[in-house]
Design a protein around this ligand. Structure first.
Ligand code: KIV
Ligand code: ZN
Length: 522
């Protein structure tokens, strides 16, 4: 049996489907590029039949990614498989992942069919998907609660039909490690053609056991783990990629298994996913939480000073978290910034040096000292701006009388290339700024959540505002980062306005197509 574990990332499918606001195509592509650099073997990037937006993002990613296999999800239905194959066909090689439920609860209550019917559907779906690619994966949804005889029958039939990867999901995160490992072991013992497929696992974290279950399955012979960055996904989430990768490398002596993950990319990828998905990481999260490498008690600190391995089983540097002692101020030259970016794992092609340096100087003037997270924040904000942005905040002035509970804001905003200045009052500085922006843009945005956080440490931190807004039945996520939290709030609103403006343009375009069709045009 191979000693290589295939890492199948499903951040952009299982992870994305659990977000309050969908990612844009551009954001998905940004994450896909980070996953490629991280070294995932397969990335599942969407469910193309579910929406035109999902179809487009799968297609865009399939067109761009060259070093990881791109995969899309399809139910065991021809129309789903057609959509997946069509979206993926722009790639040289791709994987179709088709699935159907196999547990008695799902078969009877959800599918309302007999198990034999479901088995026939699965076989047909796998054969149908094989028309488009040799790389077909089949999943037995809710395998963790499927009677073992049925599971063995299903796995054997799917392999005979042509599936080259068989995925065993613990869809509801119900099993415990000995039980889940036992399922994998039984499949290896009882399914006669099991050696013709890679056995994969896909564990959810409802009982906090997804990583333990996945590693136990690997010990029993599974050679693909499905996982997500930061463990995001349905409900309590999926098995976390960074935990699996670091278990394999830290416990190599025990497990003697490898994977293709470039661990130095973990920190960067994790921050990007957290930021774009508006999913903060809990401080004590293994590997990527802010406390994962900090030592608090005196005894531990004393031990660390004597020998790092007293309390550190892996180093922060191993996941790309480099401690910086370079002092960056407005006197720092471009080469210092470039060098620091390189040390943080950024390539010169990841950002525009002129614009980054410009922003750096402005920030250094405001803050005095600039930190790594500031540079990362500047690059991130720059990546969010799009050439076709319709709104840009140029200037804002806010006066607040907190004893009276009134504030006044004046904003200058470029709207469609034209400068507009407006003033408004509000019950606080953010409220006043939002009222002034609404006046200047004429856009009415229904904000459903507003979150204020900090990027960085102590007084030097940047204020980060994440807002979610509902617009025409869809959720949008906007982010703002600045030294001043009122400015971050304004930036987050402008970000959402640009997203909704773009959504309107897409809707207009679709309407035009329908009109043309009605008129007998193309
Ligand atoms: O959790 C699950 O069962 C899934 C399948 C589609 C693989 O996400
Ligand atoms: Zn899942």
């Amino acid at each position: 049996m191979s000693d290589r574990v295939i890492i199948f990332d499903t951040t952009l499918r299982d992870g994305e489907q659990a977000l309050a606001a969908s990612l844009t195509v551009k954001e998905k592509l940004q994450i896909a590029l980070a996953l490629e650099r991280l070294g995932v073997d397969v990335m599942e990037v969407g469910f193309p039949v579910s929406s035109p937006g999902d179809f487009k993002s799968v297609q865009t990613i399939a067109q761009t990614i060259k070093n990881s296999r791109v995969c899309a999800l399809a139910r065991a239905l021809e129309k789903d498989i057609d959509a997946a194959a069509q979206a993926l066909s722009v790639a040289d090689q791709f994987r179709i992942h088709t699935f159907i439920s196999t547990s008695t609860i799902h078969v009877e209550s959800k599918l309302k069919r007999s198990f034999d019917d479901v088995l026939a559907m699965a076989v047909h779906a796998v054969k149908y998907a094989r028309r488009f690619t040799d790389d077909v994966e089949f999943s037995c949804e809710d395998a963790g609660r499927t009677p073992i005889d049925n599971l063995c029958r299903m796995v054997e039939a799917a392999i005979t039909a042509g599936a080259r990867t068989i995925n065993i999901p613990d869809t509801v995160g119900y099993t415990i490690p000995s039980e889940f490992g036992g399922i994998i072991q039984t499949l290896f013992n009882r399914v006669p053609n099991i050696d013709q497929a890679v056995i994969s696992v896909h564990c959810h974290d409802d009982l906090g056991l997804s990583v333990a279950n996945s590693i136990t399955a690997v010990e029993m012979g599974a050679r693909q783990v499905e996982c997500t960055i930061n463990g995001i996904g349905e409900r309590a989430g999926n098995c976390s990629l960074e935990e699996i990768a670091m278990i394999l490398s830290t416990r190599k002596g025990l497990l003697d298994l490898d994977c293709g993950i470039n661990a130095k990319e973990i920190h960067r990828t994790s921050s990007l996913v957290s930021q774009l998905c508006n999913m903060p990481i809990q401080a004590n999260k293994a590997i990527v939480g802010t406390n994962a490498f900090s030592h608090s008690s005196g005894i531990h600190q004393d031990g660390m000073l004597k020998a790092k391995n007293t309390y550190e089983i892996m180093t922060p540097e191993s996941i790309g978290l480099n401690r910086n002692n370079l002092n960056m101020t407005s006197r720092s030259g471009r080469h210092v910034i470039k060098h620091r970016m390189e040390e943080m794992g950024y390539l010169v092609t990841d950002y525009d040096m002129d614009s980054l340096y410009d922003q750096f100087l402005k920030l250094a003037d405001k803050k005095g000292q600039v930190f790594d997270y500031d540079l990362e924040a500047l690059v991130f904000m720059e990546s969010q701006a799009q050439d076709d942005d319709n709104y840009e905040l140029q200037h804002m002035m806010v006066h607040s009388d907190s004893t009276e509970g009134v504030a006044t804001a004046t904003v200058r905003i470029v709207v469609d290339g034209e400068q507009r200045t407006e003033a408004a009052t509000g019950n606080g500085p953010v409220d006043a700024a939002y009222n002034a922006i609404a006046r200047a843009t004429g856009r009415d945005i229904n904000i459903t959540s507003y979150k204020l956080g900090a990027k960085g440490e102590g007084q030097n931190a940047l204020g980060q505002v994440d807002i979610t807004a509902k617009y025409n039945g869809q959720n949008f996520h906007g982010v703002g980062l600045a030294t001043d939290v009122v400015e971050s709030s304004a930036q987050a609103l402008i970000h959402v306005m640009n997203l909704t403006y773009r959504a309107d343009k897409v809707a207009d375009f679709k309407q035009q197509i329908h009109k043309n069709r009605e008129l007998g045009g193309v």
